[in-house]
Design a protein around this ligand. Structure first.
Ligand code: SF4
Ligand code: SF4
Length: 79
């Protein structure tokens, strides 16, 4: 197991399904094999993804990104 980067809190790896056309350029670049192609769309195993961003620049149509989720209820509600 590569010990690269820790997963980023409140962040999820996102595939833009409208952009991805299944070229597979990203799939072989993932050091933890979190990406897989199903037909003409790539899927991410979010629990495996380390958020290393290694694959993101490889996508010719910018379909890959990290998205910050601001709604994590773990942080509680401000009074
Ligand atoms: S961000 Fe890193 S771990 Fe996640 S899918 Fe891309 S290459 Fe794989
Ligand atoms: S590089 Fe981009 S277009 Fe190609 S399979 Fe990956 S996400 Fe889809």
């Amino acid at each position: 197991m590569p010990s690269i980067m820790a997963r980023q809190i409140d962040t999820v790896f996102v595939v833009d399904e409208d952009r991805c056309f299944g070229c597979a350029a990203c799939v072989g670049l993932c050091p933890v094999d979190a990406l897989s192609l199903e037909g003409l769309l790539v899927f991410v195993d979010e629990s495996s993804c380390t958020h290393c961003e290694h694959c993101i620049p490889a996508c010719p149509v910018h379909a890959l990104s990290l998205s910050v989720e601001k709604t994590n209820p773990v942080h509680g509600v401000l009074a």
